[in-house]
Design a binder for this molecule. Structure first.
Ligand code: MF3
Ligand code: CO
Length: 249
C-alpha cells in the first residue's frame, strides 16, 4: 500500500532528510587515502545520534552499521570495516539514512578517493546525472516507469548498464514502502505518481554488465564481471509543483 504524506508530515520528514544529507556530506568529506570505511561510518553515526536521530539502517534486518560503504566493484551494502582502508584511485559509494520525528531520510553518493581514472570519473558523473534525469521525470500525473526509463536511457546511452536486482522504493515511516522504483522500465507504465508520495530514487550503474551477486557476508553486493559500480540516491517528494528533493542541503 502506498502511504501518502500530508504537508505536515512532509515537513517532519524533511528534517530527517536534512539530517541524512548532513551525515552523508560529512562522511563524504572524510573520504581520502588511508581512512577506513569504519572511520567514515563512525562520523555518520555520531552526527545522526548527536542530533537526536537514529541511523535507519542500523539493525535493519540485522544490518550492523550506520552506512553501507561500497568500494569499486562493490555495488551496494558494503559493511564498514576498520580493515578496509581506502586508497588513491578508489571510488566509494556511501549510502545512509537517518530517522527523526518517526520518519526516514535515505540518500547515497559516490566519491573519489584522491585522483581517479577518467573512466571512473565518467561513471560517477553519469550515475549522478542519471539520478537527476530520474528525479526530473518524477512529476505528478506521470508514472513510475517514466523514472526508470529516464535513468536507463541516460546510463545506457553512455554505454553502462543499470542494476536490475535492486531498486528504489517508497520511504516514510518505514525505510522501505511501496512502490518499488526500478531504474529501468517503460514510459507510461506502472503506478501513477501523485502528490504526497515520497520516493527514494537510487540508480546503481555498472561499467560492465548489470549482473550482481551477494558475497558470503550476506550483504556486500558486487558486480559479477568485476567492473566498477556507482550509486546515487535522493529522497524525493512528488508535489503539485514538481519533484522536491528532500535530501538536498
Ligand atoms: N539505501 C538502501 C536501501 O534503500 C540501504 C538499505 S539496506 C540496509 O535499500 F539494510 F542496510 F538498511
Ligand atoms: Co534506499
Amino acid at each position: 500500500m502506498i502511504i501518502f504524506k500530508t504537508a505536515r508530515e512532509l515537513a517532519l520528514m524533511k528534517e530527517a532528510c536534512i539530517l541524512s544529507a548532513e551525515a552523508l556530506k560529512l562522511a563524504g568529506e572524510a573520504v581520502r587515502p588511508g581512512v577506513s570505511t569504519a572511520d567514515i561510518d563512525r562520523i555518520a553515526y555520531k552526527h545522526i545520534v548527536s542530533n537526536g536521530g537514529k541511523p535507519s539502517f542500523l539493525g535493519y534486518s540485522g544490518y550492523p552499521a550506520t552506512a553501507c560503504i561500497s568500494v569499486n566493484n562493490e555495488v551496494i551494502h558494503g559493511i564498514p570495516s576498520k580493515h578496509r582502508i581506502l586508497k588513491e584511485g578508489d571510488i566509494v559509494s556511501i549510502d545512509l539514512g537517518a530517522t527523526l520525528h518517526g520518519f526516514h531520510g535515505d540518500n547515497a553518493a559516490t566519491f573519489a578517493v584522491g585522483e581517479i581514472s577518467p573512466e571512473a570519473k565518467r561513471l560517477i558523473d553519469t550515475t549522478k546525472e542519471a539520478l537527476y534525469k530520474g528525479i526530473e521525470a518524477a512529476v505528478s500525473g506521470g508514472r513510475i516507469g517514466d523514472i526508470g526509463a529516464a535513468v536507463q536511457k541516460h546510463a545506457e546511452d553512455k554505454g553502462y548498464s543499470v542494476v536490475r536486482k535492486f531498486v528504489g522504493h517508497g520511504v516514510g515511516k518505514d525505510l522501505h514502502e511501496a512502490p518499488e522504483v526500478p531504474n529501468f522500465g517503460s514510459p507510461g507504465r506502472g503506478v501513477r505518481l501523485i502528490p504526497g508520495m515520497t520516493l527514494a530514487i537510487e540508480p546503481m550503474i555498472n561499467a560492465g554488465t548489470h549482473d550482481v551477486k551477494i558475497l558470503k557476508d550476506g550483504w556486500t553486493t558486487v558486480t559479477v564481471d568485476g567492473s566498477l559500480s556507482a550509486h546515487f540516491e535522493h529522497t524525493v517528494a512528488i508535489t503539485p509543483n514538481g519533484p522536491v528533493i528532500m535530501t538536498e542541503l
